[in-house]
Ligand binder design. Structure first.
Ligand SMILES: [Zn+2]
Length: 222
């Protein structure tokens, strides 16, 4: 698969394509591999709310899938804090406790045990309306934070786990028409550029609230 073909794939499919990541691993070029750039790891803890029995396991991730909430004037960092807040799962979402042998309410918490070089945040804007039985776009406006600190979400402390925003992908949807465009930060002079069927420098503040933000791309600071 050529690089152009890879870039033309839908971003999230591309990041989560197991064949692609395996292919990169088999090449053995760890420094440049897609796995190495984008892949992180969660350390997940599930606790039975009834008896306290606990299990731990690890899961790889290529991007953080952030659910949206109904709250105005919210930033990407605030949504990330909510994402990492431990949650009580009940009903069919709960864990079947091996000690109780029952699906009791369970407490789920997760931390990051390996951080990626490039952190991708994906906002889950596609939602399902069970009454109308159709998918719809959640148009919550988000302000993207330029600086991100993962310290409070880590399993073990790490020196300077901070990131800087360098790319934003927007998804606009009007009736049957969908359009993607992006903002990218130029490394040489740290100016922001818009890529939207052409490219031009961005003169206005690129960090205003937007209901079309779909992905944020951060690189680790050194
Ligand atoms: Zn239990």
């Amino acid at each position: 698969m050529s690089l152009i073909e890879m870039i033309q794939q839908e971003t999230k499919d591309f990041l989560e394509d197991p064949d692609l990541t395996q292919e990169e691993l088999e090449k053995g070029n760890q420094n440049m591999s897609i796995c190495n750039m984008f892949q992180g790891e969660f350390f997940i803890t599930i606790t039975c709310d009834d008896c306290g029995e606990q299990i731990n396991f690890r899961n790889e991730f290529q991007c953080l899938d952030i659910a949206l909430i109904k709250q105005k004037n919210i930033s990407s960092n605030q949504l990330l804090e909510i994402y990492f807040t431990p949650s009580l799962m009940i009903g069919e979402n709960a864990w079947i406790c091996s000690k109780c042998d029952e699906q009791n309410a369970s407490f789920h918490s997760f931390k990051i045990s390996k951080i990626p070089e490039i952190l991708v945040i994906y906002f889950k804007r596609l939602e399902y309306d069970p009454i109308k039985k159709v998918n719809f776009k959640n148009s919550l406006a988000i302000i993207p934070n330029e600086f991100l600190d993962l310290s409070s979400f880590l399993q073990d402390p790490l020196e300077n786990p901070t990131y800087s925003l360098f790319g934003i992908i927007f998804h606009q949807k009007k009736e049957d028409f969908a359009h993607f465009f992006s903002f990218c930060k130029r490394e040489m002079d740290r100016t922001w550029w818009e890529f939207n069927d052409g490219y031009q420098p961005i003169l206005q503040n690129p960090f205003k609230f937007s209901e079309d933000i779909q992905f944020l791309f951060y690189h680790r600071n050194y």
